[in-house]
Each structure stands twice: as C-alpha cells, then as structure tokens.
Design a protein around this ligand. Structure first.
Ligand code: NAD
Ligand code: 89V
Length: 344
C-alpha cells in the first residue's frame, strides 16, 4: 500500500522531533510543510528535503494532496487549524494542549465528528516506554487491583531556554506539563470523578504557576496524587522522567529514577530496566520523549489504516483536558471540582 501523505503545520522547536519521527515511521511521509515564519519554513524544508512549502495554512489546505495534517503549532492556533482540517475533511493530529479552553476543545471534536474524519491529540507521554511498562505490569495482574498512585514530575530543568513562550503565559505548568502527567494518571488508573489542586509560583521570572499538587478521586475508587514542579533542584536532575508509585491489593509498582521498574508481590521483587531506546536522531535527556513521538506516530498510521479510534482521540483527550481546567478552577477556589459536569 502507498504511504499516507502528511502535511505538517508549525515548524518550530518541537516539530523537528515530529519531522524526524515521520522520516522513520513506516507507511507515512510528509509531503508539505507550513509555517507563517518563512525562516522556520526554510530551515525545516531544507533539513528534511521538503519542497512544498507554505506560509499560509489556508493555501496549504486549498492545494490539498495529502491524507492527514499534523498540527505542531502552539495552542492559540489549534482551533482554527483543526476547523480548517474539518472543512476540508482531512484527518488531523493536533499537539497538546488541545485548546485554549474546554469549550474550544469541544467545538473542535464536534467539527471533526461532523466532518466524519478522525482527530488525535499528540499526547505522547503515555507512549513512553517506561509508562507502557507500568501499564503492562498492571494489566498482567502483578499487583492485583491498584488503590493508590502517585505520578510525579519534579525538576529544576531550564525548560524556558527551548520554549521561551512558557514563561509568558498566565498558565504554565499544569497546562504545559501537568497535562501529560494527568493523562498518565488517567491511562494508568482510569477516569477521574473529582479533583482538588493547589498551585504556587516560585520562579519570579515567569508569569504562570510552576508548582502544582493535585489530588484525584478515580471512578474505580482509587486515589492518586499528581505532583509537578519546575522549581525543584535535586542532586540528580531527573528531567524529563515521570516517576510512578502504585499500591495494589497484591503488591506495589515503583517506577524510579533512571527508568528502574520495581514490581513487588508475594513472589518477591522483580527489577527491570525500562529505559527508552535512543533513536538515531535523539539526544539525552530528551530521548524518552523523542521515542514516544515516534510511537504515537506509528499508532496514528496503524489506526488511520485500520479505521480504528486512536488512544488519545479528541474525545478521549477532552477527559484529560477537563482535568487541566478542573485543576485551575480548584486552585483558584480552594474547592474540589466534580469532573462529570465538565466533560458532559
Ligand atoms: P514554537 O513556538 O517553537 O513553534 C511553533 C511554530 O508554529 C512557530 O514556528 C510558529 O511560527 C508556527 N505557527 C504558529 N501559528 C501558526 C499558524 N497559524 N500557521 C502556521 N504556522 C504557525 O513552539 P513549540 O515549542 O514547537 O511547541 C509547539 C506545540 O508543541 C505546543 O503546543 C507545545 O505545547 C507542544 N509541545 C509538545 C511536546 C510534547 O512532548 N508533546 C513538547 C514540546 C512542545
Ligand atoms: O510537553 C511540552 O510541551 C514540553 C515539556 C515536555 C518540556 O514540558 O514543554
């Protein structure tokens, strides 16, 4: 079968990883790129040998000639670009965060549903090898029924050097990073019933919050804590590792530093190295994230080809995005927030 032809919009910092991923993925190739900044367009076009280049997404869609679009722009443009994809009945991948608001995200899902074409949110963290390993251990019944979890990302890494816009927004860590951690909590322990959050801004040079602690009641009765910080200086900088603790009726799982997975139950403790692969184009410490980009792209090609729903479809990701909105609401009011009302 011929490769699926893709167009990528947004040739910035993270799109380089996506372009490398598409080069490696079987069954798809990028045939056109778009960025409103001609400099970025030229750099990425030359690096990846893409001749069809556009500074205007409307012109890209008008010309067509591709089977899907990969939207790698920042959040403010996501709704307009997804609605353009819907208008042209083009399947779309859209980077996280889904949208500026839950209302925008719901409108995007409705537009793509009405057009009858799939929408996947590029929520790649659940595709990281260590996160998949935790899920596999749970699915194998290694610890029985989980009743408690902690999903933790604490770092002092200077994320602003690569992504300076992160210092400027009114919202920071929950919207940008916590969104991944909340998605992992859903992926591992299931959907949430209610949530309570507290936030802080420690770094005086940024506008948004850089610390958040979130308590989640899951639908299945489990309780979890999602804690994220970019204000935490540690003896060993763990960026960009998510650490996980799970207690179950028959044992425990600990995903620790340096991708060490400990599974303890009546048979004892099994220690496994669940390090991500270092892809040919990847560089430490980003290789964990970079591998997950490749994995989610493989998943997109397989799903589009088979006509099946993706793991992080627009409909699925509304439930993660609702947790982001709920966390900001709870931090502002000090009160718990019920999730069902937000997702409805
Ligand atoms: P960036 O600012 O470096 O790049 C965005 C690019 O999009 C810019 O070159 C800009 O000119 C272009 N652009 C914006 N609006 C456009 C439009 N309407 N039409 C054409 N081009 C347009 O940003 P980035 O750091 O690459 O982040 C992009 C997205 O990727 C963000 O949503 C961010 O949250 C996400 N991201 C995800 C991960 C992950 O692991 N999933 C990691 C980093 C960034
Ligand atoms: O996902 C992101 O947008 C990134 C990072 C993983 C570094 O937080 O900002």
């Amino acid at each position: 079968m011929a490769d699926l032809r893709g167009a990528l919009i947004g040739c910035g910092f993270f799109a380089i990883n996506q372009m490398h991923g598409w080069t490696d993925v079987d069954g798809a190739e990028i045939v056109a790129i778009c960025d409103r900044d001609p400099e970025r367009l030229k750099i990425v076009g030359e690096q990846f040998g893409i001749a069809r280049r556009y500074t205007d997404a409307a012109a890209l869609f008008a010309d067509g000639g591709f089977d899907f679009v990969d939207i790698a722009t920042t959040v403010s443009s996501h709704r307009a670009l997804v609605e353009m994809a819907a208008a042209h009945k083009v399947p779309a991948i859209c980077q996280k965060p889904f949208a500026p608001s839950l209302a925008d995200a719901k409108a995007m899902v409705a537009a793509m549903d009405a057009a009858g074409v799939p929408l996947m949110i590029h929520e790649n963290f659940r595709w990281q090898a260590p996160i998949q390993a935790v899920r596999a251990a749970l699915d194998a019944g290694a610890i029985g029924t989980p009743f408690w979890g902690r999903f933790s990302f604490r770092s002092g890494f200077d994320v602003f050097s690569g992504q300076p816009y992160l210092a400027e927004g009114k919202r920071f860590i929950i919207e940008d990073l916590g969104i991944h951690t909340l998605d992992i909590a859903r992926f591992i322990l299931g959907d949430a019933t209610r949530l309570t959050a507290r936030t802080k801004t420690v770094n005086p040079r940024i506008k948004g919050e850089d610390v958040a602690t979130i308590l989640i009641d899951h639908d299945n009765g489990a309780t979890s804590i999602v804690d994220v910080s970019y204000a935490t200086r540690l003896p060993v900088e763990p960026f960009p590792q998510t650490l996980i603790e799970l207690d179950g009726t028959e044992g425990t799982i600990r995903l620790g530093l340096d991708y060490r997975l400990d599974v303890t139950n009546a048979s004892g403790t099994t220690v496994t190295d669940v390090s991500p692969a270092l892809l040919s184009w990847a560089s430490r410490p980003w290789h964990n994230i970079q591998e997950s980009v490749f994995k989610i792209q493989e998943h997109w090609v397989a799903s589009l080809t088979a006509g099946t729903e993706t793991s992080t479809s627009g409909t699925d990701n509304l439930k993660t995005f609702a947790l982001v909105e709920a966390a900001y609401e709870s931090a502002a009011t000090g009160q718990p927030v019920e999730i069902a009302a937000l997702v409805a």
